[in-house]
Design a protein around this ligand. Sequence first.
Ligand code: SF4
Length: 322
Amino acid sequence: MSNALLKVSGLKKSFEISNGMFGKKKSVKAVHDVSFMIPEGKTFSLVGESGCGKSTTGRLISRLIEPSMGEIWIDGEEISKRKESQLKGVRKKVQMIFQDPYASLNPRMKVRDIVGEPLAIHTNLSRDERNKKVSDMLEVVGLSEYHADRYAHEFSGGQRQRIGIARALILNPKLIIADEPVSALDVSIQSQILNLLKDLQAEYHLTYLFISHDLSVVEHISDHIGVMYLGTIVETGPKEVIFSNPQHPYTKALLSSIPIPDPRMRRERIILQGDLPSPVNPPAGCRFHTRCPHAVDRCRVSEPPIKKGEGEDHFVACHLVD
Ligand code: SF4
């Protein structure tokens, strides 16, 4: 644990929402007791359907939103209860890459100013010094000085994501939270961006929290995977264990939907019935029991604790795993 760059323990987030005409308040438990750690220089991927709480977890860790409970340790500092005025150092260490590079880039700013803005906010560098750093960073992400005086709308989706990556890296952060960074891109461009992220990790010793709805996307980049369902991690382990010996029925269903490139091989597809239940009123017992093909009576009343799985460093929350 001593080399953990990020450690999250018992993280919870509830949102209050008004319900109906009379404005009665209800609580949405978006993140429910999430714990994991990422060693320095490694990649942990959070995977699950849209609405499972993975993006909220990323935003809690970057302190874009405030946790309801739990601890967040980044580079040896506990930051979960810090006020905004105490987060400046953390903002330099933790940067985010977002899903939609076009929406996250200001259309009225030139690339030079978009990428250089964090330097203007967090450093005392002169304009010339900032411009030099921006030019160098554009080269690092596969763009060039030529692109610095253009606007975001002049670029393709892949190039825009490279601009977003350049902006995220310009302050030499330690932790990158990448929230669906390739899901808006064509498949051929996805692999270019994933390769770029891998190369940058090796060069700058970056630690990644990678968030995706698609297990096939995270296979290439992950060291460790956490599968989320309705606000909680239901299975976590090294990538090789999750892909070769998944034990939670939800992980098995997610894996079964990944196409196999070899037409001679077949994989039985597990189709989950129904939609993800509402986090306003999550099912009692195991949160997955309304869609689980193996649910038994116990699953409807008792929440399964997370316990040791078959693989090393492998944990599963399911009553049927002993
Ligand atoms: Fe399915 Fe029961 Fe395991 Fe939940 S605890 S995943 S409902 S078998």
